[in-house]
Ligand binder design. Structure first.
Ligand SMILES: [Zn+2]
Ligand SMILES: [Zn+2]
Length: 398
C-alpha cells in the first residue's frame, strides 16, 4: 500500500502556524484570486496550485479539522478529533504505549518510505468537487471551473459567408470552411476509453496510507475517491470528448437572400460533451457586389447616363435590369441626379412571396463635347432663346 506525503498547509497559504482564522481567510482569498482557473484559463499549473490552496483552506479554516491537522500533520474525515487529541498527548509523554486507534492500520509502524501523492486529486474527483462549495461564495461563476460530469451542450458558432450577387438574388448552393469541435471519434464524446481501470495511486485498493507522526493511517484514496478504480482518459481528445476539425459545410441560399441575413444550420456548431447535444452554426450572409447594380434590401439601384436632348425633350431609353433590358421613360425636363422608379423591377422577396422590390434609376445627364462650328452655333442660338439664369435661386437665399 502506498503512502501519501503530509502537506504543509500553512506554507501553502503562506501563514504562520499561529495564524488567526481571519489571517487564514485573508491569505486564502489573496492566493485564490491569483490562481483561480477563471483568471488563468488553460493553465494546468495554476489549476494545481489553486487546488492546493483550496485544500489547505478547507482544513485550516475549519476549527475542528485544523485541530486534527495540527496534532497529526494531516487530516481525514475518518479521524475522530478526540482520538487525535489523545494521540497527541500520548506522543508528548514518551515511553507510554500508543493509544488504541481502532479501525486504523498500524502495520509497518514507523516504517514506510514517504511516497509523493502525485498531482493529488484530479478534476472531477471527490476532493475537487468539495472545493466548489468554498468558492461559490467568493467568486461568481466559480461553478464553471469544475468540469461538469453530465451531458454538456456544444456551443453555437457564427460565421460570415460572402455569396455572389446573382446567387443571393436567384438562390443556389453555397459552401464554406468552418472550424468546429467535433465529437471525438475514439471515445465517442465520452472523454474516456474502455472500462474503469485500477487506480494507479492506490493500486486499486481504494486506500492510501498517510503518516501521522510515527503512525500510519489508512484513508480513502483521494484520486479514485476510495473506489479503487479510475476511468482511462481518452488519448485522442485528452479527456475533452471533442476534437477540433476543419469542415466544409454546404447550405442552401434562398432566392432573394439579403445582406446580413442569418441562416441557422442545426447541430452544425460545436459538438457537446458526454452525450450533450451539438450547438448550431449561424451563417451571416454577405451579398457580393456587382459592377452595375447596387442592392439595398430588395431594391436595385443603377445610374443611367442620358443625353441633353433626351433629358430636355423626354425619351424612351433601354436600361439594364436584373431580368435583362427594359424600357424606361425619361420625362421631358429631367435633371441630372433625378431618381426615376421602375416598379417591381427589383429583387423578389425571400420573406414575402410574390413581392418584389423596385429598380431606382439615377439619371446622369451627359453634356456633349461640341466638335464642329455648326453645333456650337445651334447651342448659342439655344442659349439666346432660353436665357434663364439657373443660379438665381442661390442668390435669393443669401
Ligand atoms: Zn476522446
Ligand atoms: Zn485510488
Amino acid at each position: 500500500m502506498s503512502t501519501t506525503q503530509n502537506k504543509d498547509y500553512y506554507a501553502t497559504l503562506g501563514v504562520k502556524k499561529t495564524a488567526t482564522a481571519e489571517e487564514i481567510r485573508k491569505a486564502f482569498r489573496k492566493q485564490a484570486r491569483r490562481y483561480h482557473p477563471d483568471v488563468n484559463p488553460g493553465d494546468k499549473r495554476a489549476e494545481e496550485k489553486f487546488k492546493e490552496i483550496s485544500e489547505a483552506n478547507d482544513i485550516l479554516s475549519d476549527e475542528k479539522k485544523r485541530k486534527v491537522y495540527d496534532q497529526l500533520g494531516f487530516y481525514s474525515d475518518q479521524i475522530d478529533p478526540a482520538q487525535a487529541e489523545a494521540y497527541a498527548r500520548q506522543q508528548s509523554s514518551a515511553g507510554h504505549p500508543p493509544v488504541d486507534f481502532g479501525g486504523f492500520d498500524f502495520s509497518g509502524f514507523g516504517g514506510g518510505a514517504g511516497h509523493q501523492a502525485g498531482a493529488g486529486a484530479g478534476p472531477g474527483s471527490g476532493a475537487w468537487g468539495s472545493f466548489k462549495d468554498i468558492f461559490s461564495g467568493i467568486f461568481t461563476g466559480a461553478q464553471q471551473t469544475n468540469r461538469p460530469r453530465g451531458p454538456q451542450p456544444g456551443t453555437d458558432l457564427e460565421y460570415q459567408a460572402t455569396v455572389d450577387f446573382w446567387t443571393a438574388i436567384r438562390g443556389g448552393q453555397a459552401r464554406m470552411q468552418i472550424h468546429r469541435q467535433e465529437q471525438c471519434p475514439t471515445c465517442h464524446g465520452m472523454a474516456h476509453t474502455g472500462g474503469p481501470m485500477p487506480c494507479a495511486e492506490c493500486n486499486g485498493s481504494g486506500q492510501v496510507t498517510q503518516m501521522g507522526g510515527r503512525m500510519k493511517f489508512n484513508i480513502p484514496c483521494p484520486r479514485c475517491n476510495g473506489t479503487g478504480r479510475v476511468s482511462n482518459q481518452c488519448v485522442t481528445c485528452r479527456g475533452e470528448g471533442t476534437v477540433a476539425r476543419t469542415e466544409t459545410v454546404e447550405f442552401r441560399i434562398k432566392a432573394g437572400t439579403r445582406d446580413g441575413q442569418r441562416i441557422r444550420l442545426q447541430a452544425k456548431g460545436n459538438a457537446g460533451a458526454n452525450g450533450g447535444a451539438a450547438g448550431d452554426l449561424f451563417v451571416i450572409v454577405r451579398t457580393g457586389p456587382h459592377p452595375v447594380f447596387t442592392r439595398t434590401g430588395d431594391d436595385i439601384h443603377i445610374t443611367v447616363p442620358v443625353t441633353v436632348p433626351e433629358a430636355s425633350l423626354g425619351a424612351k431609353v433601354d436600361v439594364p435590369t436584373i431580368d435583362g433590358r427594359a424600357q424606361l421613360k425619361i420625362p421631358p425636363g429631367t435633371q441630372s441626379g433625378q431618381k426615376l422608379r421602375m416598379r417591381e423591377r427589383g429583387v423578389e422577396s425571400a420573406s414575402h412571396a410574390g413581392q418584389r422590390g423596385d429598380q431606382i434609376v439615377t439619371v446622369e445627364v451627359v453634356v456633349p463635347h461640341l466638335q464642329d462650328e455648326r453645333s456650337r452655333e445651334i447651342m448659342r442660338e439655344l442659349a439666346k432663346l432660353n436665357n434663364q439664369d439657373p443660379r438665381v435661386a442661390l442668390f435669393d437665399k443669401l
